[in-house]
Design a protein around this ligand. Structure first.
Ligand SMILES: C[S@@+](CC[C@H](N)C(=O)[O-])C[C@H]1O[C@@H](n2cnc3c(N)ncnc32)[C@H](O)[C@@H]1O
Length: 226
């Protein structure tokens, strides 16, 4: 199954909204840290339901938001969730970003970057479209230190890149981005049942669930264009 088919089927079955609900727990903290100023242009890579741009329009009054997604059904749904004329949705692949050199102030991505089939090239594309001093806020839950995430690859036919924290930093630098910050954002909102509730349908041991959400959570790497 292609990425387009896979994610179109997710959108058609309402998983876009389910992802929004779950990812918001940590994505909102990453978004709150972005040095976005009123009137600026932000691109959201792998936008899903488009919630990140809706939030940035409300809180930071960004001028333009472009939600890029490779799955037409995702982009179609995202467009239906807003009537804001200053947010647009674009169907395109991470390999070839349809924006002019230096035309974007900031790029955000939550739980999507690791689907890039040539991630260094995608980082080079991000660097190309960012203006000097523009930032890339890259948030992922699927990464090496987050051991509970490793099994996700078995459930999806698209190859996923599982880097560790250092590999993210090295890749950003290889693509010409400075690394301004890197840390993990714990998910403190997800309900973790008491020990006697385990095993659950999803978790064998409570410790594994605590590690997944509270210890590791979301890895945020922030790149800055020179
Ligand atoms: C796990 S979802 C995350 C969606 C949203 N950012 C969120 O936090 O809920 C990943 C998204 O990336 C998109 N995607 C995956 N690979 C892509 C690619 N190579 N090019 C463009 N979009 C891609 C998918 O269609 C999907 O909407």
């Amino acid at each position: 199954m292609s990425a387009r088919e896979e994610f179109d089927s997710w959108a058609a079955s309402g998983r876009d909204k389910g992802m929004e609900d779950r990812h918001w727990h940590t994505a909102k903290h990453a978004l709150a840290r972005m040095p976005v100023e009123a009137g600026e242009t932000v691109v959201d890579l792998g936008t899903g339901s488009g919630y990140a741009l809706r939030a940035l329009r409300e809180t930071n009054a960004i001028g333009r938001g472009y939600g890029l997604d490779g799955a037409p059904q995702m982009a179609h749904n995202a467009a239906a969730y807003t009537d804001d004329d200053d947010i647009s949705f674009v169907v395109a692949d991470f390999d070839d970003l349809p924006f002019a050199d230096g035309s974007v102030d900031h790029v955000f991505s939550m739980e999507a970057f690791y689907y890039a089939q040539d991630p260094i090239h995608t980082l080079e594309e991000i660097r190309r479209i960012l203006r000097p001093g523009g930032t890339f806020y890259c948030a992922v839950n699927y990464y090496e230190e987050n051991e509970a995430s490793h099994e996700w690859q078995a459930n999806i036919s698209i190859p996923m890149t599982r880097w560790d924290r250092q590999q993210y930093r090295e890749a950003f630098r290889e693509a010409g981005l400075y690394v301004a910050q890197q840390d993990t954002i714990a998910d403190r909102e997800i309900d973790i049942p008491p020990a006697d509730a385990f095993p659950t349908d999803d978790w064998e041991h409570r410790e594994e669930m605590v590690a997944r959400y509270r210890t590791w959570g979301t890895l945020l790497t922030v790149g800055v264009a020179p």
